[in-house]
Design a protein around this ligand. Structure first.
Ligand SMILES: *Cc1c(COP(=O)(O)O)cnc(C)c1O
Length: 419
């Protein structure tokens, strides 16, 4: 007989850009018993989830459903279903996740044209539009909020230009949906991917996505060529690249599974769908506007606290991602040692960063259920204590007070509005 010890989950305050804390209602929903994948109760849950997702993604697109897998599964499904070998794909990349789009598009055999800017900046939409005129892409693939640098890219002008020039716009909105405005239809985004573990505040494991008829046309065209209009020999020769190379991520098959035909593809992730549905209900109960406002207020309190402590923010405020705050690590301080002490002694987790920013910044997430006053105040207080232990001169006592000022001002404003 093999003896093992039960896994003990320590108590944590998670202030990273994902995975973040999950509302108890979502955890409870996920502990329900399993339903068969064609059980009418379950298929109606699939349909209801599609409806709620359309509201959260601000779209009327019919095809709006989750991919089973983390966010990058959704990104991969979208890119490998839309891109054919040799297609020109323009990736304006301003952080690590632009690199991910590049990498996946290259694996799909695209002719990838990458535009870069300094990590910490975003693109002037006109520069992207000029590059589109020059390289004439079939697809522009871009990140909305890049968590690696804490920046947000304005998309509206790019969306309009893409539609005008008949270019498809695919957007990674993993870090923004549920935390700040993402208006799929109004911004003319053709395909958009998000994830559960960020501002939707559901465990990692699903990637909701949506796409319009422009993309559906490509999927159906690729499928009909694959299905019978071409012989096996043709498929293996000239038309072979038209076939979607992935089985698991083939959106043309997946949409048949998410249609009344229920053509079996994989087995839907039962408990994840329970969790996603409850997470979407929570978002809509709170209301999108109220939820974005909650994210803004907590971000403002965190920023006020960080600055009052005497620390510096990384990057410009005008392109700051509201759901991630990047703090410059003071000279001579070991960033990882600070993070370790926060975790070991306070049970608070913040993140480091990648590539050129590793060791230079900390990243503090304010996403979903983690984004609450209590967590902000605890994080500021703990950070002050830990930095003091690391011999960093901070303005002792001022961080938490500055954050409290933001919260009390907000209370005064809402009281004044009520009265
Ligand atoms: C977190 C993140 C991803 C990847 O998400 P996984 O769930 O880890 O696959 C992709 N894009 C952005 C912008 C992210 O923040």
């Amino acid at each position: 007989m093999h003896h093992s010890t039960p896994f003990h989950v320590p108590v944590r305050t998670i202030m990273t850009p994902g995975p973040v804390e999950v509302d108890p209602r979502v955890r409870q929903a996920m502990s329900n018993s399993i339903l068969g994948q064609f059980d009418p109760s379950f298929t109606s849950l699939m349909n209801e989830t599609m409806k709620l997702l359309r509201l959260v993604l601000q779209t009327t697109n019919h095809w709006t459903f989750p991919i089973d897998g983390t966010s990058r599964a959704g990104i991969e499904a979208m890119l490998c279903s839309v891109i054919e070998e040799g297609d020109i794909v323009l990736v304006p990349s301003f952080g690590r996740f632009g690199g991910l789009l590049t990498e996946i598009a290259e694996r799909c055999g695209a002719d990838v044209q990458v535009m870069t800017c300094e990590w910490g900046d975003v693109f002037d939409p006109d520069d992207v539009i000029n590059e589109m005129k020059r390289v004439k892409p079939k697809v522009v693939a871009i990140v909305h909020g890049d968590t690696s640098t804490g920046r947000i890219q304005p998309l509206k002008e790019i969306g309009y230009a893409c539609r005008e020039m008949d270019v498809l716009l695919l957007v990674d909105a993993v870090a923004t949906v549920g935390g700040t405005e993402v208006n799929t239809d109004e911004w003319m985004i053709d395909g958009l991917i998000t994830g559960t573990q960020k501002c939707l505040s559901v465990p990692a494991g699903m990637a909701p996505l949506t796409y319009n008829e422009r993309i559906e046309d490509i999927l159906l065209q690729r499928k009909s060529i694959e299905k019978g209009l071409a012989t096996k020999e043709q498929l293996l020769s000239s038309n072979f690249e038209r076939r979607i190379r992935s089985n698991y991520f083939d959106l043309s098959q997946l949409q048949d599974y998410w249609s009344p035909a229920r053509l079996n593809h994989h087995t839907e992730a039962t408990s994840m769908l329970y969790g996603l549905y409850e997470g979407l209900r929570l978002i809509l109960e709170e209301g999108l506007e109220a939820r974005f406002k909650r994210h803004r207020v907590n971000e403002r309190a965190l920023v006020a606290g960080i600055e009052a402590m005497g620390l510096e923010l990384f990057g410009h405020s005008e392109n700051k991602l509201p759901t991630v705050t990047c703090v410059t690590i003071p000279d001579g301080v070991n960033g990882d040692s600070v993070r370790k002490m926060l975790l070991d002694d306070f049970g608070i987790e913040i993140a480091s960063s990648f590539g050129p920013l590793h060791g230079k910044i900390w990243r503090i997430g304010t996403m979903g259920y983690s984004c609450q006053q209590r967590n902000i105040l605890l994080t500021l207080g703990a950070l002050e204590a830990v930095l003091t232990r690391h011999d960093v001169k901070v303005n002792v006592g001022e961080g938490v007070q500055a954050a409290l000022d933001v919260y009390q001002q907000k209370e005064r404003i809402s009281k004044a509005n009520d009265g």
